[in-house]
Each structure stands twice: as C-alpha cells, then as structure tokens.
Design a protein around this ligand. Sequence first.
Ligand code: 6GU
Length: 225
Amino acid sequence: MRIDILTVLPELLNGPFSASILKRAQDKGLVEIHLHNIRDYSTDRHNNVDDYQYGGGAGMVMSIEPIVTLIEKLKTERSYDEVIYLTPDGEMLEQKACNELSLKNNLMMLCGHYKGIDERIREHFITKEVSIGSYVLSGGELAAAVLSDAIIRLLPGVLNNETSALTDSFQDNLLSPPVYTRPPEFRGWKVPEVLLSGNFPKIEKWREEQALERTKSRRPDLLDE
Ligand code: 6GU
C-alpha cells in the first residue's frame, strides 16, 4: 500500500510514522508513506496557501490552485483508489471503513486547515470525506495519522500473532474483555480466579461473557447493529 498525505504541516506527521508499528510496517516494505507540503505548490509570491473567503466572514480558506496542482501531479504518476479529505463534517470513521480501506493500493489524504478547503476541490477531486469524531481539531493532520494507523495495522504482516487485529475491539461489534498480567495479587487486588485455572474452555466462556457485559454497559449501540 502507498499513502500520500497532502498537508501544510508535514512536520506534524513525522512523529507518528517514525515509531513502533507504523515504522516497522514501512521498514518491512508493507506500506510507503509520502508526505507532501502543499506550500511547495504555491505560485503566490509569498508562498500563501490560503485566502479570505468570498462573501466575507472570519477565517481563511485553503486555496484551490496549489492543492489541485499537487493532486493532479500525483494522479499522473499512479491511479488512486480514494482521495480522502479529513474534515469534521465528513463521515464518522468506524472500523468497517478502515477494513475496506486496508484492501486498497493507493490512498491520498488531504488535511484541511483554517475554515476548510475551497468547495470546488471537494466537488471535483475528493472521493471520500472522513471525520474522526464530534469535536474540532486544529487541522486534519492528527486525523490523517489516526486513519493511517487504523488502516496500516490491518495490512497482512504488520501485526504478529500476539497482536492480531482479529481480536480487536469492534471487529465483531464487541468491546474487548479485561486483561491481566503478573503478579496474581497486588496490594490485595486479585486476578480473577478463572484466568489462573488453566481451564481454557471456561476461560473462553468468561471472556465472551465479559466482552458482552462491557459492550452492554458502555456501547449498547454496537449490539443493535
Ligand atoms: Cl478529520 N479534522 C478536523 N480538523 N477536526 C476533526 C476531524 C478532522 N475529525 C474530528 N474533528
């Protein structure tokens, strides 16, 4: 898989991709991440990438020209399965969309800033709009990092058996059961007896019950789906 991220703040994205699982996935050649600075495509003499909005009002809008120049340049180099715009008014991100996107080859992600991007970019180039929750971030960069992480961990070979994505919360519309590790007792707080029993069918049953209980109390909406 290849992910191209279009941003005015590439430095904000270096961190999340240079450690742990996302770094290992790149080192193993399972994903290529390419960060592009939209400012490099500005033709303005001050290298501006935003402008006042027509009709007046507070807040700048990201200009159409540098973004379209960059998108079109990338599209001449390869075809993209999706051109995703990260925006608070996009479709709320859920596991199902991450699963689907993990099957693609080439993804483009455009990070919004200020009041957003010129609407004509959305009309003519964007194929999918994604929000990561009902709150406002300063820009789409952190959302692009979240979306990329959720996708990349699903690529075959990224996770090992111990961290398999198949047992993640949400993959079966259930939250994960509680987990424990050594010691069996800390300050008198004990690990549930069943987990120390060695009786694996019984442990499995306990985990299923706990997962269901947790989902009922915290995310009953998942059980309706
Ligand atoms: Cl994708 N972008 C911004 N700026 N804020 C958000 C978001 C995205 N998702 C939730 N809040």
